[in-house]
Design a protein. Structure first.
Length: 189
């Protein structure tokens, strides 16, 4: 009987060790305050607006750089580098809605926050990007759901990543998947 209880105790102890923390299960997420959500939306929105503006021909935005801080939100160095490369690629490409068609003449983008939740030191902003680009006598509009990842450390918030929620969506102001560098397996976000 003692042996049976010893095994049961060992099994229960191992089970407790294997169960992920409640934050990993999504139970400890809490909404962030209105001001923080607005701050995160403004920072993320600035990056997508810069990319939309890079589409407009002629490309005269090459002097504009990706900031390393927006409204008190730090932008992680690898995010700054990725966005700078994306801006250069979009500026140097003769982007048009159809091959050989008229180039884009204007772009407007806004980001509407759907939710912003915190789990420990991670914050996730879910938002919808609305972009309108004009060309010749026409215009095209697109709405894309995006997810922005942030981390907090010593009361500072840092934007560490961005992704498109719908894998079938092809945002007009993103690089084509074939143009993206291969993902590195050596390191964080």
């Amino acid at each position: 009987m003692v042996r049976h209880w010893t095994r049961l105790g060992l099994v229960l102890a191992l089970a407790v060790c294997v169960v992920p923390p409640s934050s990993a299960l999504g139970r400890d997420t809490t909404p962030v305050g209105h001001e923080t959500r607005e701050q995160l939306t403004a920072a993320a929105g600035t990056l997508v607006r810069l990319r939309s503006q890079a589409l407009v021909q002629p490309a005269r935005h090459s002097g504009e750089t990706v900031p390393d801080e927006i409204m008190g939100v730090l932008i992680a160095p690898d995010v700054v580098r990725t966005h700078a490369r994306t801006l250069r690629e979009l500026e140097n490409r003769n982007r048009a809605p159809v091959q050989g068609g008229p180039a884009y003449t204007g772009a407007r983008t806004r980001l509407d926050a759907a939710s912003a939740t915190r789990a420990g030191d991670h914050i996730t902003l879910e938002a919808v990007e609305h972009t309108e680009v004009r060309y010749g006598t026409g215009k095209m509009t697109q709405s894309v759901r995006r997810r922005f990842e942030f981390v907090t450390k010593n009361e500072r918030i840092t934007l560490t990543g961005e992704s498109v929620v719908d894998p079938e969506a092809h945002p007009i102001n993103d690089l084509d998947p074939a143009d993206l560098p291969p993902k590195s397996s050596a390191g964080g976000r």
